[in-house]
Design a protein around this ligand. Sequence first.
Ligand code: HEM
Length: 471
Amino acid sequence: MPKLPPGPINFLACVGFTYRHFIQLRTNPIEFSTRLAKRYGDISFFRIFTKRVILINHPDLIREVLVRQSENFPKFDRITNHLRKATGSGLLVTEGEQWREQRIKIQKVFRSNQVDVYGDLTSRYTLAMIDRWKAQKSIRVEEEMTTLLQAIMGKGFFGVELNPGHAIAKAVRIYSDIFHYESRSLISPPDWFPSKMKKEKRESIAILRNSLDKIVSQRLQSGERKEDLLDLLLHSDCPHSGSHPTNLSREAITLEAVNQLLTMYVAGFHTTSVALAWLFYCVARHPKIQDELSRQISNESEWGEGHSIFSSGATYVDQVIKETLRLYPAAWELFARHSVEATELGGFRIPAGTLTLICPIVTHRDPKFFSQPDEFDPHRFAPEMEEKISPFSYFPFGMGGHQCIGNSLALMQLKMVLVHVLRHYEISLKDSTKEVQMVAGVSARPKGDIEIILKARKKKGEIVKMGNQNC
Ligand code: HEM
Protein backbone atom coordinates (compact mmCIF):
# COMPACT_ATOMS: atom_id res chain seq x y z
CA MET A 1 0.00 0.00 0.00
CA PRO A 2 1.45 3.45 -0.89
CA LYS A 3 2.70 5.66 1.91
CA LEU A 4 1.30 8.96 3.12
CA PRO A 5 3.16 11.97 1.67
CA PRO A 6 6.20 13.24 3.62
CA GLY A 7 5.81 16.01 6.15
CA PRO A 8 6.88 17.43 9.48
CA ILE A 9 6.73 15.09 12.43
CA ASN A 10 4.52 15.97 15.31
CA PHE A 11 5.39 13.94 18.35
CA LEU A 12 2.03 14.54 19.93
CA ALA A 13 0.12 13.17 16.93
CA CYS A 14 -0.45 9.84 18.68
CA VAL A 15 -2.51 11.59 21.37
CA GLY A 16 -4.33 13.73 18.82
CA PHE A 17 -2.68 16.86 20.07
CA THR A 18 -1.23 18.33 16.91
CA TYR A 19 -1.89 22.01 17.45
CA ARG A 20 1.64 23.16 16.49
CA HIS A 21 1.07 23.22 12.73
CA PHE A 22 -2.35 24.69 13.15
CA ILE A 23 -0.85 27.66 14.98
CA GLN A 24 1.81 28.10 12.30
CA LEU A 25 -0.74 27.85 9.52
CA ARG A 26 -2.94 30.34 11.25
CA THR A 27 -0.37 32.95 12.24
CA ASN A 28 1.74 32.98 9.08
CA PRO A 29 0.21 30.75 6.42
CA ILE A 30 2.35 31.98 3.52
CA GLU A 31 5.60 31.47 5.39
CA PHE A 32 4.51 28.07 6.73
CA SER A 33 3.30 26.76 3.35
CA THR A 34 6.42 28.02 1.55
CA ARG A 35 8.63 26.30 4.11
CA LEU A 36 6.73 23.03 3.78
CA ALA A 37 6.97 23.05 -0.02
CA LYS A 38 10.66 23.86 0.11
CA ARG A 39 11.39 21.07 2.56
CA TYR A 40 9.09 18.30 1.32
CA GLY A 41 8.59 19.12 -2.39
CA ASP A 42 5.58 18.46 -4.57
CA ILE A 43 3.26 17.22 -1.86
CA SER A 44 3.51 17.47 1.90
CA PHE A 45 1.43 16.13 4.71
CA PHE A 46 0.68 17.35 8.21
CA ARG A 47 -2.12 17.17 10.74
CA ILE A 48 -4.31 19.72 12.41
CA PHE A 49 -5.48 17.87 15.49
CA THR A 50 -7.03 14.74 13.94
CA LYS A 51 -7.51 16.26 10.50
CA ARG A 52 -5.15 15.15 7.72
CA VAL A 53 -3.93 18.01 5.54
CA ILE A 54 -1.88 18.01 2.33
CA LEU A 55 -0.26 20.90 0.50
CA ILE A 56 0.14 20.41 -3.26
CA ASN A 57 2.90 22.21 -5.14
CA HIS A 58 3.44 20.62 -8.53
CA PRO A 59 1.66 21.43 -11.84
CA ASP A 60 0.79 17.76 -12.52
CA LEU A 61 -0.70 17.26 -9.08
CA ILE A 62 -2.53 20.60 -9.19
CA ARG A 63 -4.08 19.48 -12.49
CA GLU A 64 -4.99 16.16 -10.90
CA VAL A 65 -6.90 17.85 -8.04
CA LEU A 66 -8.50 20.72 -9.99
CA VAL A 67 -9.28 18.90 -13.24
CA ARG A 68 -8.85 15.13 -13.47
CA GLN A 69 -10.12 14.27 -10.00
CA SER A 70 -12.09 17.45 -9.42
CA GLU A 71 -15.26 15.55 -8.49
CA ASN A 72 -13.35 13.80 -5.73
CA PHE A 73 -11.98 17.15 -4.50
CA PRO A 74 -14.91 19.57 -4.00
CA LYS A 75 -14.46 22.78 -2.02
CA PHE A 76 -14.33 22.05 1.72
CA ASP A 77 -17.88 22.57 2.95
CA ARG A 78 -16.85 23.90 6.34
CA ILE A 79 -15.48 26.96 4.52
CA THR A 80 -18.22 27.33 1.92
CA ASN A 81 -20.84 27.03 4.70
CA HIS A 82 -19.37 30.14 6.33
CA LEU A 83 -19.63 32.03 3.06
CA ARG A 84 -23.10 30.72 2.33
CA LYS A 85 -24.44 32.73 5.29
CA ALA A 86 -23.86 35.92 3.28
CA THR A 87 -23.99 34.88 -0.34
CA GLY A 88 -26.64 32.16 -0.09
CA SER A 89 -26.21 29.47 -2.75
CA GLY A 90 -24.19 31.67 -5.11
CA LEU A 91 -21.60 30.40 -7.59
CA LEU A 92 -18.68 30.50 -5.14
CA VAL A 93 -20.15 27.86 -2.84
CA THR A 94 -22.09 25.46 -5.03
CA GLU A 95 -20.91 22.14 -6.44
CA GLY A 96 -22.33 19.46 -8.75
CA GLU A 97 -25.39 20.04 -10.92
CA GLN A 98 -26.42 23.26 -9.15
CA TRP A 99 -22.95 24.74 -9.76
CA ARG A 100 -22.96 23.63 -13.44
CA GLU A 101 -26.32 25.32 -14.11
CA GLN A 102 -25.27 28.53 -12.40
CA ARG A 103 -21.91 28.54 -14.16
CA ILE A 104 -23.51 28.23 -17.62
CA LYS A 105 -25.88 31.07 -16.87
CA ILE A 106 -23.33 33.47 -15.42
CA GLN A 107 -20.77 32.66 -18.10
CA LYS A 108 -23.33 33.65 -20.69
CA VAL A 109 -23.98 36.90 -18.83
CA PHE A 110 -20.27 37.70 -18.72
CA ARG A 111 -19.87 36.90 -22.40
CA SER A 112 -22.56 39.37 -23.41
CA ASN A 113 -21.84 43.07 -23.64
CA GLN A 114 -20.99 43.25 -19.94
CA VAL A 115 -17.27 43.67 -20.60
CA ASP A 116 -17.96 46.68 -22.88
CA VAL A 117 -20.35 48.32 -20.43
CA TYR A 118 -18.12 47.60 -17.50
CA GLY A 119 -15.08 48.79 -19.43
CA ASP A 120 -16.60 52.17 -20.18
CA LEU A 121 -17.63 52.49 -16.56
CA THR A 122 -14.10 51.67 -15.41
CA SER A 123 -12.72 54.27 -17.76
CA ARG A 124 -15.15 56.93 -16.60
CA TYR A 125 -14.59 56.41 -12.88
CA THR A 126 -10.82 56.14 -13.30
CA LEU A 127 -10.70 59.48 -15.12
CA ALA A 128 -12.78 61.06 -12.37
CA MET A 129 -10.33 59.69 -9.80
CA ILE A 130 -7.37 61.05 -11.77
CA ASP A 131 -9.08 64.41 -11.88
CA ARG A 132 -9.45 64.33 -8.10
CA TRP A 133 -5.74 63.58 -7.76
CA LYS A 134 -4.88 66.92 -9.35
CA ALA A 135 -5.07 68.48 -5.91
CA GLN A 136 -2.76 65.85 -4.38
CA LYS A 137 0.96 65.20 -4.42
CA SER A 138 0.65 61.63 -3.24
CA ILE A 139 -1.95 58.94 -2.70
CA ARG A 140 -2.47 55.88 -0.53
CA VAL A 141 -2.88 53.39 -3.26
CA GLU A 142 -4.92 50.62 -1.63
CA GLU A 143 -7.38 53.15 -0.22
CA GLU A 144 -7.77 54.78 -3.65
CA MET A 145 -8.22 51.46 -5.46
CA THR A 146 -10.76 50.28 -2.90
CA THR A 147 -12.80 53.44 -3.37
CA LEU A 148 -12.54 53.15 -7.14
CA LEU A 149 -13.57 49.49 -7.24
CA GLN A 150 -16.45 50.07 -4.85
CA ALA A 151 -17.81 52.78 -7.12
CA ILE A 152 -17.40 50.74 -10.30
CA MET A 153 -18.84 47.55 -8.86
CA GLY A 154 -21.78 49.23 -7.15
CA LYS A 155 -22.76 50.90 -10.40
CA GLY A 156 -21.81 48.06 -12.75
CA PHE A 157 -23.36 45.29 -10.68
CA PHE A 158 -26.55 46.82 -9.27
CA GLY A 159 -26.74 50.45 -10.34
CA VAL A 160 -25.93 52.06 -6.99
CA GLU A 161 -23.38 54.79 -6.24
CA LEU A 162 -21.16 53.26 -3.56
CA ASN A 163 -18.61 55.23 -1.60
CA PRO A 164 -16.54 53.95 1.34
CA GLY A 165 -19.11 55.29 3.82
CA HIS A 166 -22.04 53.50 2.18
CA ALA A 167 -23.65 50.85 4.38
CA ILE A 168 -23.10 48.10 1.77
CA ALA A 169 -19.40 48.98 1.39
CA LYS A 170 -18.87 48.97 5.16
CA ALA A 171 -20.76 45.71 5.62
CA VAL A 172 -18.69 43.92 2.94
CA ARG A 173 -15.47 45.03 4.65
CA ILE A 174 -16.60 43.84 8.08
CA TYR A 175 -18.04 40.59 6.76
CA SER A 176 -14.91 39.71 4.69
CA ASP A 177 -12.63 40.07 7.72
CA ILE A 178 -14.89 37.94 9.89
CA PHE A 179 -15.23 35.33 7.14
CA HIS A 180 -11.44 35.09 6.86
CA TYR A 181 -11.06 34.77 10.63
CA GLU A 182 -13.78 32.16 11.06
CA SER A 183 -12.83 30.06 8.08
CA ARG A 184 -9.37 29.58 9.58
CA SER A 185 -10.57 28.85 13.11
CA LEU A 186 -10.80 25.37 14.49
CA ILE A 187 -14.06 25.87 16.24
CA SER A 188 -16.57 28.59 15.57
CA PRO A 189 -19.45 29.16 17.99
CA PRO A 190 -22.92 29.37 16.43
CA ASP A 191 -23.93 32.72 14.96
CA TRP A 192 -26.37 33.49 17.79
CA PHE A 193 -23.45 33.39 20.28
CA PRO A 194 -23.42 36.64 22.29
CA SER A 195 -20.01 38.05 21.27
CA LYS A 196 -19.01 41.33 19.61
CA MET A 197 -17.77 39.55 16.49
CA LYS A 198 -20.91 37.48 16.07
CA LYS A 199 -23.03 40.60 16.51
CA GLU A 200 -21.04 42.40 13.81
CA LYS A 201 -21.34 39.37 11.58
CA ARG A 202 -25.12 39.16 12.00
CA GLU A 203 -25.48 42.88 11.40
CA SER A 204 -23.26 43.00 8.31
CA ILE A 205 -25.01 40.03 6.71
CA ALA A 206 -28.41 41.57 7.44
CA ILE A 207 -27.34 44.89 5.89
CA LEU A 208 -25.99 43.19 2.78
CA ARG A 209 -28.92 40.89 2.16
CA ASN A 210 -31.63 43.43 3.03
CA SER A 211 -30.06 46.18 0.91
CA LEU A 212 -29.65 43.92 -2.11
CA ASP A 213 -33.11 42.44 -1.63
CA LYS A 214 -34.56 45.96 -1.72
CA ILE A 215 -32.58 46.90 -4.84
CA VAL A 216 -33.64 43.76 -6.73
CA SER A 217 -37.29 43.99 -5.63
CA GLN A 218 -37.50 47.63 -6.70
CA ARG A 219 -36.00 46.78 -10.08
CA LEU A 220 -38.45 43.95 -10.63
CA GLN A 221 -41.38 46.10 -9.57
CA SER A 222 -40.48 49.08 -11.72
CA GLY A 223 -39.55 46.98 -14.75
CA GLU A 224 -36.76 49.52 -15.30
CA ARG A 225 -33.91 48.38 -17.59
CA LYS A 226 -30.33 49.42 -16.81
CA GLU A 227 -26.93 48.54 -18.16
CA ASP A 228 -25.72 46.49 -15.23
CA LEU A 229 -25.18 42.93 -14.07
CA LEU A 230 -28.52 42.82 -12.26
CA ASP A 231 -30.33 43.60 -15.49
CA LEU A 232 -28.50 40.81 -17.26
CA LEU A 233 -29.23 38.36 -14.44
CA LEU A 234 -32.92 39.20 -14.56
CA HIS A 235 -33.25 39.20 -18.33
CA SER A 236 -30.80 36.62 -19.62
CA ASP A 237 -32.70 34.04 -21.65
CA CYS A 238 -30.55 31.05 -20.84
CA PRO A 239 -32.59 27.84 -20.87
CA HIS A 240 -30.86 26.72 -17.66
CA SER A 241 -31.40 29.92 -15.80
CA GLY A 242 -35.05 29.67 -14.99
CA SER A 243 -34.68 33.42 -14.60
CA HIS A 244 -37.93 34.16 -16.31
CA PRO A 245 -40.95 34.85 -14.27
CA THR A 246 -42.84 32.11 -16.14
CA ASN A 247 -41.53 29.27 -14.00
CA LEU A 248 -40.21 30.95 -10.88
CA SER A 249 -41.90 33.03 -8.23
CA ARG A 250 -40.82 36.63 -7.80
CA GLU A 251 -39.32 35.71 -4.40
CA ALA A 252 -37.22 32.95 -5.96
CA ILE A 253 -35.99 35.27 -8.74
CA THR A 254 -35.09 37.93 -6.18
CA LEU A 255 -33.27 35.42 -3.99
CA GLU A 256 -31.23 34.05 -6.91
CA ALA A 257 -30.26 37.58 -8.07
CA VAL A 258 -29.31 38.68 -4.53
CA ASN A 259 -27.15 35.54 -4.08
CA GLN A 260 -25.28 36.01 -7.34
CA LEU A 261 -24.80 39.78 -6.94
CA LEU A 262 -23.35 39.30 -3.45
CA THR A 263 -21.20 36.45 -4.73
CA MET A 264 -19.71 38.57 -7.52
CA TYR A 265 -19.17 41.51 -5.21
CA VAL A 266 -17.52 39.46 -2.45
CA ALA A 267 -15.40 37.49 -4.96
CA GLY A 268 -14.42 40.39 -7.16
CA PHE A 269 -14.09 43.51 -5.08
CA HIS A 270 -11.24 42.80 -2.69
CA THR A 271 -9.21 40.66 -5.10
CA THR A 272 -9.25 43.30 -7.84
CA SER A 273 -8.56 46.31 -5.62
CA VAL A 274 -5.65 44.52 -3.95
CA ALA A 275 -4.27 43.39 -7.34
CA LEU A 276 -4.39 47.01 -8.50
CA ALA A 277 -2.53 48.17 -5.39
CA TRP A 278 0.24 45.61 -6.06
CA LEU A 279 0.33 46.59 -9.73
CA PHE A 280 1.03 50.23 -8.89
CA TYR A 281 3.56 49.19 -6.28
CA CYS A 282 5.48 47.07 -8.81
CA VAL A 283 5.42 49.75 -11.50
CA ALA A 284 6.43 52.54 -9.11
CA ARG A 285 9.28 50.38 -7.83
CA HIS A 286 10.76 49.77 -11.28
CA PRO A 287 11.35 53.07 -13.10
CA LYS A 288 12.77 51.41 -16.24
CA ILE A 289 9.72 49.22 -16.57
CA GLN A 290 7.54 52.28 -16.06
CA ASP A 291 9.42 54.13 -18.83
CA GLU A 292 8.83 51.23 -21.21
CA LEU A 293 5.15 51.15 -20.28
CA SER A 294 4.66 54.87 -20.79
CA ARG A 295 6.41 54.71 -24.17
CA GLN A 296 3.90 52.07 -25.23
CA ILE A 297 0.80 53.76 -23.96
CA SER A 298 1.66 57.27 -25.07
CA ASN A 299 0.46 56.39 -28.55
CA GLU A 300 -3.19 57.08 -27.93
CA SER A 301 -4.43 56.67 -31.44
CA GLU A 302 -3.32 53.05 -31.21
CA TRP A 303 -4.88 52.51 -27.81
CA GLY A 304 -8.11 54.45 -28.08
CA GLU A 305 -10.36 55.29 -25.16
CA GLY A 306 -12.89 53.46 -23.01
CA HIS A 307 -13.12 49.70 -23.27
CA SER A 308 -11.13 49.61 -26.54
CA ILE A 309 -7.99 49.99 -24.40
CA PHE A 310 -8.57 46.44 -23.30
CA SER A 311 -8.77 44.98 -26.76
CA SER A 312 -5.42 46.39 -27.89
CA GLY A 313 -3.26 43.34 -28.66
CA ALA A 314 -0.86 41.51 -26.37
CA THR A 315 1.55 44.13 -25.12
CA TYR A 316 4.08 44.93 -22.51
CA VAL A 317 1.22 46.19 -20.33
CA ASP A 318 -0.23 42.66 -20.25
CA GLN A 319 3.18 41.25 -19.38
CA VAL A 320 3.54 43.64 -16.44
CA ILE A 321 0.07 42.70 -15.19
CA LYS A 322 0.76 38.97 -15.49
CA GLU A 323 4.06 39.32 -13.66
CA THR A 324 2.38 41.28 -10.86
CA LEU A 325 -0.22 38.53 -10.48
CA ARG A 326 2.58 35.97 -10.37
CA LEU A 327 4.60 37.67 -7.66
CA TYR A 328 1.63 39.06 -5.73
CA PRO A 329 -1.35 36.79 -6.42
CA ALA A 330 -4.25 38.53 -4.66
CA ALA A 331 -5.91 35.10 -4.30
CA TRP A 332 -2.85 33.69 -2.55
CA GLU A 333 -4.60 30.39 -1.77
CA LEU A 334 -7.47 28.59 -3.46
CA PHE A 335 -10.48 27.42 -1.50
CA ALA A 336 -9.37 24.36 0.43
CA ARG A 337 -10.55 21.12 -1.20
CA HIS A 338 -11.54 17.94 0.61
CA SER A 339 -11.07 14.39 -0.71
CA VAL A 340 -14.39 12.55 -0.77
CA GLU A 341 -12.87 9.12 -1.33
CA ALA A 342 -9.41 7.72 -0.69
CA THR A 343 -7.16 8.18 -3.72
CA GLU A 344 -3.54 8.42 -4.86
CA LEU A 345 -1.60 11.55 -5.75
CA GLY A 346 1.98 11.46 -6.99
CA GLY A 347 2.27 7.85 -5.83
CA PHE A 348 1.19 8.71 -2.28
CA ARG A 349 -1.87 7.55 -0.42
CA ILE A 350 -4.49 10.24 0.22
CA PRO A 351 -7.12 9.03 2.70
CA ALA A 352 -10.77 10.09 2.36
CA GLY A 353 -11.51 13.36 4.15
CA THR A 354 -8.06 14.91 3.60
CA LEU A 355 -8.01 18.71 3.54
CA THR A 356 -6.16 19.74 0.37
CA LEU A 357 -4.38 23.09 0.09
CA ILE A 358 -3.16 24.72 -3.13
CA CYS A 359 -1.47 28.12 -2.90
CA PRO A 360 -0.60 30.16 -6.03
CA ILE A 361 1.79 32.23 -3.89
CA VAL A 362 3.87 29.13 -3.11
CA THR A 363 3.95 27.67 -6.63
CA HIS A 364 4.47 31.05 -8.33
CA ARG A 365 7.55 31.71 -6.20
CA ASP A 366 9.11 28.28 -6.48
CA PRO A 367 12.48 28.32 -8.34
CA LYS A 368 11.57 24.94 -9.88
CA PHE A 369 8.96 26.69 -12.00
CA PHE A 370 10.25 30.29 -12.28
CA SER A 371 13.93 31.20 -12.33
CA GLN A 372 14.85 33.90 -9.81
CA PRO A 373 11.27 33.83 -8.62
CA ASP A 374 11.51 36.81 -6.27
CA GLU A 375 12.48 39.18 -9.09
CA PHE A 376 9.91 41.25 -10.89
CA ASP A 377 10.56 40.45 -14.54
CA PRO A 378 7.71 41.03 -17.03
CA HIS A 379 9.89 39.54 -19.76
CA ARG A 380 8.88 36.08 -18.49
CA PHE A 381 5.54 36.71 -20.15
CA ALA A 382 6.85 37.86 -23.53
CA PRO A 383 5.05 35.64 -26.09
CA GLU A 384 8.12 33.52 -26.89
CA MET A 385 8.82 33.01 -23.16
CA GLU A 386 5.29 32.52 -21.93
CA GLU A 387 4.81 29.34 -23.89
CA LYS A 388 7.62 27.79 -21.86
CA ILE A 389 5.79 28.34 -18.57
CA SER A 390 4.55 24.97 -17.46
CA PRO A 391 0.76 24.75 -17.35
CA PHE A 392 -0.70 24.73 -13.86
CA SER A 393 2.35 26.43 -12.37
CA TYR A 394 0.88 29.89 -13.05
CA PHE A 395 -2.76 30.18 -11.97
CA PRO A 396 -3.64 33.52 -10.35
CA PHE A 397 -7.29 32.91 -11.32
CA GLY A 398 -7.35 29.22 -10.37
CA MET A 399 -7.73 26.39 -12.86
CA GLY A 400 -10.26 23.80 -13.95
CA GLY A 401 -14.04 24.14 -13.73
CA HIS A 402 -13.97 26.58 -10.81
CA GLN A 403 -11.54 28.94 -12.50
CA CYS A 404 -12.41 32.59 -11.85
CA ILE A 405 -15.46 33.62 -13.84
CA GLY A 406 -14.54 37.30 -13.53
CA ASN A 407 -10.97 37.00 -14.84
CA SER A 408 -11.58 38.93 -18.08
CA LEU A 409 -13.33 41.71 -16.18
CA ALA A 410 -10.50 41.88 -13.67
CA LEU A 411 -7.75 41.88 -16.32
CA MET A 412 -9.57 44.57 -18.25
CA GLN A 413 -9.79 46.74 -15.15
CA LEU A 414 -6.15 46.28 -14.24
CA LYS A 415 -5.13 47.26 -17.75
CA MET A 416 -7.43 50.22 -18.05
CA VAL A 417 -6.68 51.76 -14.69
CA LEU A 418 -2.93 51.38 -15.25
CA VAL A 419 -3.04 52.85 -18.75
CA HIS A 420 -5.13 55.86 -17.69
CA VAL A 421 -2.99 56.62 -14.65
CA LEU A 422 0.33 56.31 -16.49
CA ARG A 423 -0.91 58.56 -19.26
CA HIS A 424 -1.34 61.28 -16.68
CA TYR A 425 1.23 60.61 -14.00
CA GLU A 426 4.72 59.36 -13.42
CA ILE A 427 4.57 57.44 -10.17
CA SER A 428 7.17 56.64 -7.54
CA LEU A 429 7.20 55.22 -4.03
CA LYS A 430 7.35 57.56 -1.07
CA ASP A 431 9.65 55.06 0.61
CA SER A 432 11.52 53.27 -2.15
CA THR A 433 13.89 51.48 0.22
CA LYS A 434 11.22 49.46 1.95
CA GLU A 435 10.02 46.19 0.51
CA VAL A 436 6.32 45.92 1.27
CA GLN A 437 5.28 42.61 2.85
CA MET A 438 2.12 40.65 2.09
CA VAL A 439 -0.54 40.06 4.70
CA ALA A 440 -2.55 36.90 4.11
CA GLY A 441 -6.14 37.88 4.69
CA VAL A 442 -9.13 37.13 2.55
CA SER A 443 -6.80 38.41 -0.21
CA ALA A 444 -3.05 38.99 0.04
CA ARG A 445 -2.91 42.71 0.71
CA PRO A 446 0.07 44.99 1.33
CA LYS A 447 1.12 45.36 4.97
CA GLY A 448 0.30 48.99 5.65
CA ASP A 449 -0.94 51.09 2.78
CA ILE A 450 1.58 52.07 0.09
CA GLU A 451 2.12 55.77 -0.43
CA ILE A 452 2.73 56.74 -4.03
CA ILE A 453 4.05 60.11 -5.22
CA LEU A 454 2.36 61.57 -8.29
CA LYS A 455 4.18 63.67 -10.84
CA ALA A 456 1.92 65.00 -13.61
CA ARG A 457 3.14 64.19 -17.10
CA LYS A 458 3.58 67.02 -19.57
CA LYS A 459 0.20 66.87 -21.34
CA LYS A 460 -1.56 68.65 -18.48
CA GLY A 461 -4.31 70.12 -20.62
CA GLU A 462 -5.52 66.64 -21.33
CA ILE A 463 -5.95 65.83 -17.65
CA VAL A 464 -8.35 68.71 -17.26
CA LYS A 465 -10.22 67.87 -20.45
CA MET A 466 -10.63 64.18 -19.66
CA GLY A 467 -11.29 64.63 -15.98
CA ASN A 468 -14.40 66.72 -16.56
CA GLN A 469 -16.65 63.73 -16.94
CA ASN A 470 -19.31 63.60 -14.36
CA CYS A 471 -19.69 60.28 -12.55
C1 HEM B 1 -7.61 40.19 -9.78
C2 HEM B 1 -8.84 39.82 -9.46
C3 HEM B 1 -9.28 38.41 -9.18
C4 HEM B 1 -8.55 37.33 -8.77
C5 HEM B 1 -7.04 37.26 -8.47
C6 HEM B 1 -9.46 36.22 -8.66
C7 HEM B 1 -9.08 34.93 -8.31
C8 HEM B 1 -9.94 33.84 -8.30
C9 HEM B 1 -9.53 32.48 -8.07
C10 HEM B 1 -8.11 32.02 -7.76
C11 HEM B 1 -10.64 31.69 -8.15
C12 HEM B 1 -10.69 30.18 -8.02
C13 HEM B 1 -10.94 29.78 -6.59
C14 HEM B 1 -10.84 28.28 -6.40
O1 HEM B 1 -10.83 27.50 -7.36
O2 HEM B 1 -10.76 27.87 -5.24
C15 HEM B 1 -11.76 32.57 -8.42
C16 HEM B 1 -13.06 32.14 -8.54
C17 HEM B 1 -14.13 32.99 -8.71
N1 HEM B 1 -14.07 34.35 -8.97
FE1 HEM B 1 -12.40 35.47 -9.08
N2 HEM B 1 -10.72 36.64 -8.98
C18 HEM B 1 -10.65 37.98 -9.32
C19 HEM B 1 -11.69 38.77 -9.74
C20 HEM B 1 -13.01 38.38 -9.82
C21 HEM B 1 -14.11 39.20 -10.25
C22 HEM B 1 -13.97 40.65 -10.75
C23 HEM B 1 -15.25 38.46 -10.12
C24 HEM B 1 -16.68 38.82 -10.41
C25 HEM B 1 -17.06 39.72 -11.23
C26 HEM B 1 -14.86 37.15 -9.62
C27 HEM B 1 -15.73 36.12 -9.37
C28 HEM B 1 -15.35 34.82 -9.08
C29 HEM B 1 -16.29 33.72 -8.88
C30 HEM B 1 -17.81 33.83 -8.90
C31 HEM B 1 -15.52 32.58 -8.67
C32 HEM B 1 -16.05 31.15 -8.43
C33 HEM B 1 -16.16 30.46 -9.77
C34 HEM B 1 -16.65 29.03 -9.67
O3 HEM B 1 -16.47 28.39 -8.62
O4 HEM B 1 -17.22 28.56 -10.66
N3 HEM B 1 -13.50 37.13 -9.46
N4 HEM B 1 -11.31 33.86 -8.51
